[in-house]
Design a protein around this ligand. Structure first.
Ligand code: ADP
Length: 487
């Protein structure tokens, strides 16, 4: 049991965790870098500690500084959020060795799932369908490599065993490119992940990215909380997510969901996690498991009514889940747009100060963000400034609310991807549902230029004192009304 939690993260997820802790009556300790000193959520915590300079290596990735902060604040548990050290088994080990609770799965599970080759082995053993491939470290011999790739069948994809964040992947279309592609991916993987191991699997031509959220306690209960579709991606990074995955036979989803829960029981998984699959031609293929909270967890919260972060903390405290699989009901549909501080055409990050910020509101609208007017977007971190989530009785309702929410949203002072999302939300393919992982990039190549927001037309009616903003068909009637009023 613990009642003081150190939040080893920043931005919207730090605030999300802080809210969950408050809801459970737990004390919160927030750590921050010099770049985040003025962030509002820092002031909301019961205690805040500066842990170093803006560069992640000097603050949010600095294990010793985090452990020292935990000791100084007498925290009893560390929530790692997502990114940074959230899937780092060595950090979890140090946290545990210091007598603290790491809010996440056991070190052994982190290690297995942190290595995508080991993860595929574990999942195959648990009876999970995986992407066909050679799930071992690759041999050095060129002829053997050729034989392996030809056996899988081109195109194939070379992936880093320790990869993440959409990096460390390369598609190969024929034998002539194979050796060079492997070498390049190895080199990138060594530099980015400090692990040069790569593996090879079939490159699926038109899959969707569909994932299953799981929640497990330490008492043998493992539940699945429905599906999410995260196929709308750019450079293998998610742009819009939704729940449930549209247009897939619920029986198929339930079967794979049950398998995920069963796999969790087999590997002794505890906490929240996500099984990621590629879904093509009515079949699921496991690609990896994320052993942490996901950015897109709110869409699942909206359709299940379950506070995933509170549940994650409860099971870390050793509590038993208070509900069963039969209690989990998925209702309606939810969509999430990631609002990034990026140019909507070039995707270049646009750090700077927010001179105006108008978030949307209304029924079925949720905004998870840490920013406000005057907030300075730092160049040191991920460019996401807000998550806009809408919920509706149906997918069409959720999309309609999202369109309205996006039309209300104002971000000034920096560029943001709001304009991009407005365009995507009127794109027929996306609106129909069930697009594959290449859809967004195909559309980006041909998309029409984004219309500049037009200031609404203003007109005064004589000296009546009436001013009209905007125009409607037949508005002449208003003009005569104005003239009447003036008389
Ligand atoms: P990361 O850990 O970097 O997110 P993943 O293994 O989860 O990497 O893959 C990220 C994305 O890359 C997937 O959502 C999908 O778009 C694409 N991808 C990965 N493996 C394959 C594959 N075998 N065939 C086609 N696309 C793939």
């Amino acid at each position: 049991m613990f009642d003081r939690v150190l939040i080893a993260n920043r931005g919207e997820i730090a605030l999300r965790i802080l809210r969950a802790c408050r809801g459970l009556g737990l004390q919160t300790v927030v750590v921050y870098s010099e770049a985040d000193r003025d962030a509002d959520y820092v002031r909301q915590a019961d205690m805040a500690l500066c842990i170093g300079r803006a560069e992640p290596a000097d603050s949010y990735m600095n294990q010793s500084a985090l452990l020292l902060a935990a000791k100084a604040s007498r925290s009893q548990a560390i929530h790692p959020g997502y990114g940074f050290l959230s899937e780092n088994a060595d950090f979890a080990e140090r946290v545990t060795a210091a007598g603290l609770v790491f809010i996440g799965p056991d070190v052994a599970c982190l290690r297995t799932m942190g290595d995508k080759i080991a993860a595929k082995h574990a999942m195959r053993d648990a009876g999970m369908p995986c992407v066909p491939g050679f799930d071992n470290a690759l041999p050095a011999d060129a002829a053997e490599l050729d034989a392996i790739a030809a056996g899988i069948g081109y195109p194939v994809i070379i992936k880093a065993a320790g990869g993440g964040g959409g990096r460390g992947m390369r598609v190969v279309h024929g034998g002539a490119e194979l050796a060079a592609a492997i070498e390049l991916t190895r080199e990138e993987a060594r530099r980015a992940f400090n692990n040069a191991t790569v593996y090879i699997e079939k490159y699926l031509s038109h899959p969707r990215h569909v994932e299953i959220q799981v929640l497990c306690d330490r008492h043998g209960s493992a539940l699945w909380l429905g599906s999410r579709d995260c196929s709308l991606q750019r450079r293998h990074q998610k742009v819009i997510e939704e729940a449930p995955a549209p247009g897939i036979d619920p029986g198929l989803i339930a079967a794979i969901g049950r398998r995920c829960a069963e796999a969790c029981r087999q590997i002794g998984y505890c906490g929240v996690g996500t099984f990621e699959f590629l879904y093509q031609d009515q079949a699921f293929f496991f690609i990896e498991m994320n052993t942490r909270l996901q950015v897109e967890h709110p869409v699942t919260e909206m359709i299940t009514g379950i506070d995933i972060v509170q549940q994650q903390i409860r099971v870390a405290r050793g509590e038993k889940l208070s509900f069963t699989q039969a209690d989990i009901r998925s209702r309606g549909h939810a969509v999430e747009c990631r609002i990034n501080a990026e140019n909507p055409l070039t995707f270049m990050p646009t750090p700077g100060r927010l001179t105006h910020w108008q978030p949307p509101g209304g029924m079925g609208v949720r905004v998870d963000t840490h920013v406000g007017v005057g907030y300075r977007v730092s160049p040191y971190y991920d460019s996401m400034i807000a998550k806009l989530i809408t919920f509706g009785a149906s997918r069409d309702d959720a999309l309609a609310r999202m369109r309205q929410a996006l039309s209300e949203t104002r971000v000034e002072g920096i560029d943001s991807t709001v304009a991009l999302h407005r365009q995507i939300l009127s794109e027929p393919g996306f609106c129909a549902g069930g697009v594959d992982i290449h859809h967004l990039e195909r559309w980006l190549e041909t998309r029409p230029a984004s219309p500049e927001p037009v200031e609404p037309h203003r007109r005064s009616y004589g000296d009546s004192g009436i001013t009209a903003i905007g125009e409607l068909d037949g508005a002449g009637a208003a003009q005569s009304a104005g003239a009447d009023a003036a008389r």
